[in-house]
Write a protein that binds this ligand. Structure first.
Ligand code: PMP
Length: 354
């Protein structure tokens, strides 16, 4: 660290992203990316803008916001939408913009919430997940702080119902409730239809998972117009051109290729259920995932040992060195072939322990 770093940041422990190693023929199941390439329509749209890159992108992302809104089944318009450089950026804007009441989130959840809370200088509180790794809804009713929930949660993959979300939102009308729906397309219910009714709800979504655009960095905030204006205040004070032209075009293209997206989602869900069944047959406990990843453990092997042995076999999964998570590994659902290989190698690893 240089002598110039602000003391405000001395205690920040940055988020550690999953590895992106350059190992040939690696089966990469560690960062919840899609195994499928971006839609052809998206690529077609993106190629059209390449010769226009001498110009800045539209800071308002008007076409993308309109296209996104046009597919919603409620009365929301582009005024209810902000686009972020990944949903991470929307979360960052929200933590910075709405920090005065502090934040509450689960002790086991997306690691960035704690980092953003810290860097914003906000007070924050972590509530423990219950013994079965589900969220303690009661502790989020009539909260003193703004609430941040990932639904489904990460890395557990467990979802809560729309009714439970509404209970939390309706009991906290003077607190903001941020629902991070990064993985919602894989089997949970979105709370997007509650936005019209509740001015204290901010939904965060991403095109990184179900829409195969992790590398393009496109995320969305969906909320009451006033909340969107507040987020824009910060965005325009930070980086007005936050989404590049290529990503804007890719995102518009993929919205207009819903058939491709839905096909991929349903394949991932089928492959998830296949993988869970096979791992259960090998003695694994699998939390009930509604995501494109599963969180699994086997009493015969620690999370770290399984992670290490799979890595030696060129299969990369995610291991978290944290209380209550050490026994587990998180496995992204890849293609059927990748999962067959994972299951085969896991079986070999368990055999070798005998
Ligand atoms: N929320 C959750 C729960 C996530 O796991 C991730 C992915 N790491 C994100 C948000 C951010 O995704 P992105 O910035 O790619 O949209």
């Amino acid at each position: 660290m240089s002598k110039f770093l602000s003391k405000d940041y001395l205690s920040i422990k940055p988020y550690v992203p999953g590895e992106q190693p350059k190992i040939d023929s690696l089966i990469k199941l560690n960062t919840n990316e899609s195994p499928f390439p971006p839609s052809n329509k998206a690529i077609e749209e993106a190629t059209k803008v390449l010769n226009k890159l001498n110009l800045y992108p539209d800071p308002e992302c008007t076409e993308l916001r309109k296209t996104f809104a046009s597919k919603l089944t409620n009365n929301l318009t582009e005024k209810n939408i902000i686009v972020g450089n990944g949903s991470d950026e929307i979360l960052y804007l929200a933590f910075m913009s709405f920090k005065d009441n502090g934040f509450v989130f689960c002790d086991i959840t997306y690691g960035f919430y704690g980092v953003y809370a810290k860097i914003s200088g906000a007070k924050y509180k972590e509530i423990p997940l219950k013994k079965d790794y589900t969220i303690d809804i009661e502790s989020l009713i009539n909260s003193k702080e703004n609430i941040v929930i990932a639904n489904p949660n990460a890395p557990t993959g467990i979802a809560i119902s729309l009714k439970e979300i509404e209970r939390i939102v309706s009991s906290n009308r003077n607190r903001l409730v941020i629902v991070d729906e990064a993985y919602v397309d894989f089997g949970a219910d979105s709370a997007i239809n509650l936005v019209e009714q509740y001015d204290n709800l901010l939904i965060v979504q991403t095109f990184s998972k179900s829409r195969s655009l992790a590398g393009a960095r496109v995320g969305f905030g969906i909320a009451n117009e006033e909340i969107i204006k507040d987020l824009n205040l910060y965005k325009y004070s930070l980086n007005p051109y936050n989404i590049n032209k290529i990503s804007l075009a890719l995102a518009c293209g993929v919205i207009n290729d819903e058939e491709y997206t839905q096909g991929n989602i349903s394949t991932i869900i089928t492959t998830r259920e296949y993988t869970v069944e096979a791992l259960k047959n090998l003695g694994f406990d699998c939390l009930n995932s509604k995501s494109n990843f599963i969180f699994v453990k086997n009493d015969k092997i620690s999370g770290f040992e399984l992670y290490t042995k799979l890595r030696q076999r060129k299969i990369l999964v995610r291991y978290f060195d944290k209380d209550r998570l050490r026994e587990y590994v998180r496995i992204t659902i890849g293609s059927k072939n990748q999962m067959e290989k994972l299951i085969e190698e896991t079986k070999n690893i368990l055999e070798e322990l005998k």
